[in-house]
Design a protein around this ligand. Structure first.
Ligand code: NAP
Ligand code: HSE
Length: 429
């Protein structure tokens, strides 16, 4: 065998420690698969005094900059966040290393810039682990579906929030207690606000949309609502109507194929929909392509070993490319699509209203829907002391029309309180 493939690892936390351990324990198999031995040259961490199980002390360093600049064949970035990760990746590329990262925040914000650097230098840049943990999803979008036209992606891409919502739905568990469990299991980001406020899912949605639609979408282009406002009452109300609440990432190309709408928000999904049974930290993404039809990618979305599996898949790909003396397929952004706002998204709403129980109220309410061009699909009325409770489900309309309708309802004296408003998704799958 010729000279080994050298791998430098930046970050030895939840994912980094799994990557290091699997790289060390599977070394001989990796050598057989690549045709060259793979050698871990160092692991950069913040605190060198912590015990790192399975990793020789001699490999541990606090000098991430020097390791990034060492000219290793492959540099794996598993520190997270924008800086110093971005500068370290720039350094690694400048020194001729191929780069593997799981850092969705960085790729969603600076992916175009890093891709340009990698292309100019003739090195690979891969980030399969950045979206949906263990699930092979970016490679299928970049390569397997390159001959098709993707129309829509609909998925659960954040393990922490899915874990929390599953426990709230199945066990009536308390939000903060479940978040602590997700953190202890290594699912949550360093700042869990990124998970619960939807920033993590928005970054992943941007990456998915970029690859699926051959255009540049950044996290700033994604409409985002987190799940911190979802209450136990909302979960119960959804359940009583035959729905579960999920934090969804949705990316769609417009009918004329000139634009894209990307959004992340909680939504009610029918219990019968396959996404409804995606529980705990599992992720699942539906992909709808013109020729292929519908596909679902499902698996573990977070955690050390599952994420390490994706990182190591990229390592093998980049190592094989090195051995062959070339670079692999990269992203393409030729489509240059217009980014549309949430107002143009077509969806349907569930509304929970407390209204005056008087004659003419129902007619006045349905008149507001009609005035704003929104058609009602179903209404349920229950008596409630002197008032009435109305549960309304609309047909699909643009989000802008639905929002205007809700605003108008809030201004009606007969509407005592708008108790809940949520988008309903998954009807068409
Ligand atoms: P983590 O457990 O917080 O680990 C971060 C590692 O980076 C730690 O080893 C830390 O050192 C090290 N570090 C931080 N700042 C550093 C610096 N300035 N110089 C050198 N080392 C530094 O994070 P993680 O959960 O493994 O996540 C890593 C990346 O993977 C993130 O981009 C995350 O979004 C992504 N990701 C995570 C998961 C998951 O399930 N956890 C799944 C998919 C993707 P110390 O150990 O000394 O603190
Ligand atoms: N915090 C992320 C999640 C890790 O919960 O999905 C995986 O990207």
């Amino acid at each position: 065998m010729s000279a080994p493939i050298t791998v430098a690892l930046l970050g030895g936390g939840t994912v980094g420690s799994s990557v290091a351990n699997l790289l060390i324990s599977n070394g001989s198999e990796f050598a057989a698969r690549i045709g060259r031995e793979v050698v871990l040259t160092g692991v950069a961490v913040r605190d060198t005094s912590k015990t790192r199980e399975g990793i020789a002390e001699s490999l541990i360093t606090s000098d991430a900059q020097a390791l990034a600049a060492s000219g290793a064949d492959i540099v794996i970035e598993l520190i997270g966040g924008i800086e110093p990760a971005k500068s370290l990746i720039e350094t690694a590329i400048a020194n001729g290393s191929s780069v593997i990262t799981a850092n969705k925040a960085l790729i969603a914000a600076h992916g175009a810039h890093l891709h340009a650097l990698a292309e100019a230098k003739g090195v690979d840049l891969y980030y399969e682990a950045a979206v949906a943990g263990a699930i092979p999803l970016l490679k299928p979008l970049r390569e397997s579906l390159a001959g098709d036209k993707v129309r829509r992606l609909l998925g659960i891409v954040n393990g922490t929030t899915n874990f929390i919502l599953s426990k709230m739905t199945d066990e009536g568990a308390d939000y903060s207690e479940v978040l602590a469990q997700a953190q202890a299991l290594g699912y949550a980001e360093a700042d869990p606000t990124a998970d619960v406020e939807g920033y993590d899912a928005a970054a992943k949605a941007a990456i998915l949309a970029s690859l699926a639609f051959h255009t540049n979408v950044t996290s700033d282009d994604v409409y985002r609502e987190g799940m911190s406002q979802v209450t136990a009452d909302d979960v119960e109300a959804a359940k009583s109507l035959g729905y579960v609440i999920k934090l969804l990432a949705i990316a769609e190309i417009t009918d004329d194929e000139t634009g894209v709408i990307v959004r992340v928000h909680p939504a009610m999904v029918p219990e019968t929909h396959p996404l409804a049974s995606v529980r705990d930290a599992y992720n699942a993404v539906f992909v709808e392509a013109k020729a292929a039809g519908q596909m679902m990618f499902y698996g573990r979305g977070a955690g050390g070993d599952p994420t390490a599996s994706s990182v190591l898949g990229d390592v093998i790909t980049a190592a094989r490319n090195r051995v062959a003396g070339n670079v692999g397929p990269t992203h393409s952004t030729y489509a240059n699509l217009k980014i549309h706002g949430i107002g143009d998204a077509v969806t349907s709403y569930y509304l929970n209203l407390r209204v005056a129980d008087e004659s003419g109220v129902l007619a006045a309410i349905s008149n507001e829907f009609a005035k704003h061009g929104v058609s009602i699909e179903a209404v349920r009325q229950d008596g409630e002391a002197n008032d009435a409770r109305l549960i309304i489900r609309t047909h699909s309309a643009t989000d802008a029309k639905l929002r205007n309708t809700v605003e108008a309802l809030r201004g009606m004296s007969a509407v005592r309180e708008v108790l809940g408003v949520m988008r309903v998704e998954g009807g068409a799958v």
